[in-house]
Design a protein around this ligand. Structure first.
Ligand SMILES: [Zn+2]
Length: 239
């Protein structure tokens, strides 16, 4: 059972000084209290484990999505790159004979998770685990190539049919997904009752809509009229 952090304890409507902005973030989701989605999380149980190795620069990034998976999936775990205890723990999971880990790589000539499941490769007494590398494309490439213990892991890839709904960070190419969307797509292919994972996308939509509102935009990214932006009412924006 993973430890559950405190619920967001920061009320809304308070005026924040720049020095308070960082400290005032929700200690659970690490977002501005006006973006915090913690109250909407309904945990989703899975057979598969989701492992995410995150570049530290993603940790406090307003648009980071991997934390949603970490909080909404009891069987997910977020590891921070170069955090010694995190990297050690991840290595021990990868070497656990009771866990069979697949690394999720974009644009590789390897099977999709659904093909893996259909082939029976996920059947057995082991626990299937899927490892995602979370960062920019360049960071992901470095993370992968600088860790010998990632070599030799069987790989899967995702071929999304729909464009990303992630409206706040430009995707490098059409069909690229945010980390959370990739997790949701993968789980929908390997777990029973795939419709359950729509909740992850609902949480993403909630987070994105609130971030856009902080930026003075509606949910489609269209600027709101002057005076309707939260920041205009004296609340310092810090997503
Ligand atoms: Zn929160």
């Amino acid at each position: 059972m993973k430890p559950v952090g405190p619920a967001c304890s920061i009320g809304s409507g308070q005026v924040l000084t720049p020095a308070e902005k960082h400290a005032a973030k929700c200690r659970r989701c690490l977002k501005n209290p006006r973006v915090c989605y913690c109250a909407s999380i309904v945990p989703i149980e899975t057979r598969c484990r989701i492992l995410i190795l995150q570049h530290p620069s993603e940790m406090w990034r307003p648009s980071a999505t991997a934390k949603i998976a970490d909080l909404a999936l009891p069987n997910a775990r977020l590891y921070i790159k170069e955090d010694e205890s995190d990297e050690r723990e991840l290595e021990s999971v990868l070497s656990d004979p009771g866990v069979r880990t697949f690394i999720v790589l974009p644009h590789e000539a390897v099977p999709e998770p659904a093909e893996l499941r259909a082939s029976g490769a996920l059947d057995g007494s082991f626990v299937p685990a899927f490892l995602f590398l979370d960062g920019s494309w360049r960071q992901v490439r470095r993370m992968r190539h600088r860790r010998k213990w990632l070599e030799g892991l069987p790989a899967v890839t995702l071929r999304p049919q729909n464009d990303s709904m992630y409206r706040i960070r430009r995707q490098a190419q059409p069909g690229h997904l945010s980390t959370l969307e990739a997790v949701a797509l993968l789980l929908s292919q390997v777990e029973d009752r795939p419709e359950r994972f729509g909740h992850l996308l609902d949480l993403l939509d909630l987070m994105v809509t609130r971030i856009l509102a902080l930026r003075g935009m509606d949910r489609d990214g269209v600027p709101l009229k002057t005076g309707t932006r939260w920041g205009d009412r004296g609340v310092v924006s810090s997503e």
